[in-house]
Design a protein around this ligand. Structure first.
Ligand code: IPM
Ligand code: MN
Length: 351
């Protein structure tokens, strides 16, 4: 198969982790006889520096005309403490999600047997955790009206949802649940928010189309608690943009390191694959960041093209590296840890 992949390395550790995923994908291409054409493009702070814009039109063209996008990370500390900055790297990410129509963000959380002791939670609580948070990604408070009034002394952000936005996300949730344990949890704050009441109403109306799926409705604050008490209670969860942002960070550490969890963002023709973690600027250029989340994001990419053997090969080689201790310093107990690039080389050589 011929696959054109837009390659958006972005900021911080983005370029380093992306390099490793490319090595692994190229090894897969050789092994399974595919042709991958990488199309590098600028995004984030790197793009602001080069062309004054975090998601330039040229980058959008490259993404829109590719079969998939592989993304590293976005964000640079020089913008974080400057509330007056006119352009921010993060705006590039939001613009990209919107322009590519990526309304559903698929964020799985699962455990690795060899890392079970790395989790901040007790082993018996997390062993066998396997859940997916489906986060709405192009609506809600991220994209609602915001501003200042009262001589700038009052600020507001608006959480707006239209029925169709909830419906299309929920449909993905129902379909995903059908392929898994047939359990779907709608996470909202319907005891307070009107937009959440529309979520509940919409999802309830869809239940009759999916009689096999058992749907539950839970409040986001209770879910935040239960996720760390008993994550095995959950399978497929659907939720609004901001709730999903928060819950997926919480869920991602269950596995033991945020550097492990992949994600995909889907909606229209072109899907995007990226690690859940951010740009980790303190580690940039040091060759110490964990590349596994990005490598596993590439596995999700292959799976979406029905290249399941390829995806499985990536997952297996990742498991093997963990079991054999070929890991970066975040996962290493003893003095011996490997560089980002060494882990990538090892993975590619063992495909
Ligand atoms: C994420 C990130 C982004 C978000 C930021 C960088 C804008 O935290 O992908 O979860 O809030 O969506
Ligand atoms: Mn986030």
């Amino acid at each position: 198969m011929k696959i054109n992949i837009a390659l958006l390395a972005g900021d911080g550790i983005g370029p380093e982790v992306i390099d490793q995923a490319v090595k692994v994908c190229d090894a897969i291409a050789i092994q399974y006889d595919h042709e991958i054409n990488w199309k590098p493009a600028l995004t984030g702070a790197a793009a602001i520096d080069a062309v004054g814009e975090p998601y330039p039109d040229e980058t959008h063209e490259i993404c829109a005309n590719s079969d998939a996008v592989l993304f590293g990370a976005i964000g640079h500390p020089r913008f974080d403490n400057d509330p007056s900055a006119k352009v921010r790297p993060e705006q590039g990410l939001l613009k990209m999600r919107q322009k590519l129509g990526l309304f559903a963000n698929v964020r799985p959380t699962f455990t690795f047997p060899s890392l079970i002791d790395k989790s901040p939670l007790k082993k018996e609580r997390i062993e066998g955790t396997d859940l997916i948070i489906l986060r709405e990604l192009t609506g809600g408070i991220y994209f609602g009206e915001r501003g200042r009034t009262d001589n700038s002394n009052t600020a507001f952000d608006t959480m707006t949802y239209e029925r169709f936005e909830i419906e299309r996300l929920a449909r993905k949730g129902f379909e995903m649940a059908l392929k898994r344990s047939k359990k779907l949890c709608c996470v909202d704050k319907a005891n307070v928010l009107e937009s959440s009441r529309l979520w509940r109403e919409t999802v309830q109306a869809m239940e009759k189309e999916y009689p096999e799926v058992e749907v539950s409705y839970e409040f986001v604050d209770a879910v935040a608690m239960r996720l760390v008490q008993w994550p095995k209670a959950y399978d497929v969860m659907i939720t609004a943009n901001l709730f999903g942002d928060i819950l997926t960070d919480e869920a991602s550490v269950i596995s033991g390191s945020m550097g492990l969890m992949p994600s995909s963002s889907v909606g229209s023709d072109v899907s995007l694959y990226e690690p859940i973690h951010g740009s980790y600027p303190q580690a940039a250029g040091k060759d110490i960041a964990n590349p596994l989340a990005t490598v596993l994001s590439a596995a999700m990419l292959f799976e979406d093209f029905d290249l399941n053997k390829e995806a499985k090969a990536i997952r297996e080689v990742v498991n093997k590296s963990l079991a054999e201790g070929i890991v970066t310093e975040d996962l290493s107990d003893d003095a011996k840890s490997y560089k980002t690039s060494e882990v990538g080389d090892w993975l590619a050589a063992n495909i």
